[in-house]
Write a protein that binds this ligand. Sequence first.
Ligand code: ZN
Ligand code: ZN
Length: 312
Amino acid sequence: MNPTLYILGSNSATPTRERHPTSQILKIDNQKIMIDCGEGTQNQLLKFGVRHTGISHICISHLHGDHYFGLIGLLSTMSLSGRKEDLHLIGPPPLKEIIDLQILHGGIHLNFEIVFYPTQPDAKSLVIQTKSFEIISFPLKHRIHCTGFLIHELPKGRHIIKSEVEKHNIPFVYYNSLKAGSDFTASDGTIIPNKQLTEDPTPTIKYAFCSDTIFDPEIVKYIHKVDVLYHEATFMKNQEDRAKLYFHSTAEQAATIAKMAEVGQLFIGHFSSRYDNLNLLLEESKTIFENTYLAEEGKSFEIIKAANYLTI
Ligand SMILES: [Zn+2]
Ligand SMILES: [Zn+2]
């Protein structure tokens, strides 16, 4: 199954009746990576039927409240639900101190360990690597220490052609080496080439998350040719001065970054509460980068290789 992105919230600063602050989950294999955790995120998980079990990693971009005020509530619920597995938490260094203080003064006892990984404010850095993916942080230009995240799915094994391995009576213990690309040598010395027994693996994907940031072409080098880019688009072009003042971007600027970085698809979010009709932001972005979608809460997107999109 291809990785799937679940949007739990994508509003900026203040919530509206219909829209919640930033949070999303990228599901790769059976692991869920949460990115940002604004207030109300655990309610959004319930509303959209996304279970918090299986969240192995939580990445927090920065310490403005609309990106992490839901975290302590979610951690408490995980513990009350009997979680035992370690949780990998990634974010600016003071996040650890904040969570520790909330736990201490709230008399909270967590039944699981939080393994904390501080992000770097000034440089791209590999934060964590698992068997299935790696998480890389990179600097964004915002009013406080803020990073984007790159999530790269790691190469998968080749697909075994069942009928072929059965035809040649290849024992199960050889499957891993076949998946890794080895040929099979039979007991009589006959070599069966790997390409006869396996097919190419499913292509892996690259996802980039950029929120919050002023328009900054410097980030293009980090996100070049990702399959999907999420970029904030807090305002429309007629509020460009305001966007600059608060270190945010317009829909047109998000699209310009997507075009410069030659990404496959652009999802825009972090919408200002002033906009009732988000299609205005979508239309503005599409004038520069056609393959744009609104990252509206409740939506989920299967992420596939950019080469498979028809529109690029
Ligand atoms: Zn924000
Ligand atoms: Zn912010």
